[in-house]
Design a protein around this ligand. Structure first.
Ligand SMILES: [Zn+2]
Length: 301
């Protein structure tokens, strides 16, 4: 049974054909500049005139971050629709449509690769997969990415882009907040750095858990970051919210973020942070391995 029913038909799109071939140019929604798509790709989808950051896919994020190819993990994990949930249409249909549209099986890509030479475990969220929502699969893949970082003594980066928990998986999706936070605590105890990159938008249960738990929380300019939407907050506190509320700049000013970094400089900044955060890597490894080697040598004699 459907929970909600649409009474009216949606408005039909105009059938007038555009004379401009699709996909050749893009218009900046902020300044109106018409940008050649090739130029946009070259500038990592940042408007060359006003610096507006277009939304990009998880794969493009990894491409911008890693030196070359990367190793992807847990690609095959898919949701089993445990609640057999139906809203305007069955959840399994939504899943199938998103899988067909994005080529991914859920809203995150987990990978390891080199960032200017430093091997790193990265999880990048995909907004076009049901709003980048965090269900059981997203929770599991991110948790495994953290565990991979601990096992391999790697730094961790999570690129957040999400509408929050996935309501079609109910309480099971909310449990992912605690699961991921627990894994991050283990990463912290292992003395490994975690960088959270918050992009437009990062909201709901993702903000309320791992997005804000980074040793360093870095946001892209003007990204929407918040827990509940501004309308809900206004209704609850019965006050008008200030200008620019829930944007990166506002959050930085109020101590919720460590820095705001332009996407074109993100890799350089992350490289510097990783070199600062992982200086003991070789010596720490030796300190762990040497007693084991000595033990093995003693056992041989
Ligand atoms: Zn612009």
């Amino acid at each position: 049974m459907a929970w909600f029913k649409k009474q009216r038909k949606p408005i039909e799109p105009p059938d007038k054909q555009s004379r401009v071939p699709e996909g050749l140019w893009a218009k900046c929604p902020s300044c109106g500049q018409i940008i050649y798509n090739k130029d946009l790709v070259a500038s990592l989808s940042v408007c060359t005139k006003c610096g507006h950051h277009f939304r990009i896919s998880a794969a493009d994020r990894l491409r911008a971050l890693f030196d070359g190819s990367w190793t992807e993990y847990d690609r095959g994990l898919t949701s089993t629709d445990p609640l057999k949930f139906t809203d305007t249409k069955p959840y399994h249909q939504r899943l199938d449509a998103s899988i067909a549209a994005t080529g991914l099986n859920d809203a995150v890509i987990a990978a390891t690769g080199r960032i200017n030479g430093t091997e790193t475990s990265v999880a990048a969220m995909e907004y076009s997969f049901i709003g980048g929502s965090m269900g059981v699969v997203v929770g599991e893949k991110i948790t495994r990415a953290i565990e991979r970082a601990i096992a391999g003594r790697l730094p961790l980066i999570i690129i957040c882009c999400s509408g929050g928990a996935r309501m079609m998986e109910g309480a099971l999706s909310l449990m992912q907040m605690a699961k991921i936070s627990g894994a991050l605590a283990r990463l912290d105890r292992a003395g490994l750095p975690y960088i959270s990159v918050l992009t437009d938008p990062t909201t709901g249960g993702v903000t309320a858990s791992f997005a804000m738990l980074g040793d360093l929380n870095i946001a892209e300019p003007k990204a929407l970051i918040g827990f509940a939407g501004p309308r809900v907050i206004e209704q609850t506190i019965r006050q008008t919210l200030p200008e620019g509320f829930q944007r990166s700049e506002f959050l930085l000013e109020h101590g919720m973020l460590d820095m705001i970094v332009d996407r074109r400089e993100m890799k350089d900044v992350i490289t510097r942070v990783l070199r600062f955060g992982m200086p003991m890597r070789t010596s720490a490894l030796q300190a762990t391995v040497q007693p084991l080697l000595a033990e093995a040598a003693a056992a041989d004699q």
